[in-house]
Write a protein that binds this ligand. Structure first.
Ligand code: CP
Ligand code: NVA
Length: 303
């Protein structure tokens, strides 16, 4: 059976994503009940991080520990990758030693090349293009609070970067309507957008996007790698702040999500992120449960 990877949300079918979502909910319940779920006994996850992380590292390491396996954390200083070892060589070597590889890096092409040369599943743990692990957690979170997201309306307000691109893929895979409001200079990837067809509409008006939404989502204005543009971006993105006024345009029971880390007073006010419509802590926790389900799906494929 061919090795399955998770480089974007499109690597799983909608039915498989639905299966992962339900299994994430089940594994969350099992953990809360103290029910053992050591289905990854003796399995090893190699984790390559070329950017910082709180949630991704902790959730993957905890997931492997809870499921009976273990993980190896590699920052650029910890492996020869940081000293220029070719990505295909790294992939060939690692995949002879570990059962799965998780990578957080800059270019989507890096993980694509890695996956091409890997005999074990490769998981995208964030690139400049996508952050699919966050989306499986977000979709589980929406389901837990409001039921199926199919046919609902989601407002993306802010930078059209990796999270926004993944929301576009999610609109296709989970069948919801996505309204994106971003400054024209920061629109998402044109090809990703085009491929989503009528699932996605785009404008530069945050009020238009928020109007009638079931879910409002944003992200930092200066992602990892864009820190030097912070001041310029703060000015450009100021009209895109998710505040109480903007949330008031969404449905009264609309949820608010943010992948975190958040900058209160920039892309979101403290009133919104710490308010009653925000589900960001459930969203962060669900990284753990959704990724356990993903690891099981990739490492223990059903025949
Ligand atoms: N949301 C997310 O991926 O967080 P980290 O950067 O802390 O891993
Ligand atoms: N867009 C953010 C997401 C962080 C989880 C970044 O790339 O820094």
């Amino acid at each position: 059976m061919a090795t399955r990877h998770f480089l974007s949300l499109l690597d799983l079918t909608p039915a498989e994503l639905a299966q992962v979502l339900q299994r994430g909910i089940e594994l969350k319940a099992w953990q809360k009940q103290g029910k053992a779920h050591e289905f990854l006994k003796n399995k090893v996850l190699g984790m390559i991080f070329e950017k910082s992380s709180t949630r991704t590292r902790i959730s993957f390491e905890s997931a492997m520990a809870h499921c009976g396996g273990s993980s190896i954390f590699l920052s650029p200083r910890d492996s020869q990758l940081g000293r220029g070892e070719p990505v295909p060589d790294m992939a060939k070597v690692m995949s002879r030693m570990v059962d799965c590889v998780m990578i957080r890096t800059f270019h989507q092409s890096t993980i694509e090349v890695f996956a091409e040369h890997s005999n074990v599943p490769v998981i995208n743990a964030l690139t400049d293009k996508f952050h699919p692990c966050q989306l499986i957690a977000d979709m589980q979170t929406f389901y837990e609070h409001r039921g199926s997201i199919q046919g609902k309306t989601v407002a993306w307000v802010g930078d059209g970067f990796n999270m926004c691109n993944s929301y576009i893929n999610a609109a296709r895979q989970y069948d919801f309507q996505l309204k994106i409001a971003a400054p024209k200079a920061h629109y998402p990837d044109a090809q990703v957008l085009k491929a989503a067809g009528s699932h996605v509409e785009i404008n530069d008006d945050p009020a238009w996007a928020a109007q009638g939404a079931d879910l409002v989502v944003t992200d930092v204005w200066a992602s990892m790698g864009h820190e030097e543009e912070q001041a310029k971006r703060n000015e450009l993105f100021a009209p895109y702040q998710v505040n109480a006024e903007l949330m008031a345009l969404a449905k009264p029971d609309a949820l608010f999500m943010h992948c975190l880390p958040a900058h209160r007073g920039e892309e979101v006010t403290a009133e919104v992120i710490d308010g009653t419509q925000s589900v960001v802590w459930d969203e962060a926790e669900n990284r753990l449960h959704a990724q356990k389900a993903l690891l099981e799906f990739l490492l223990l494929p059903q025949s």
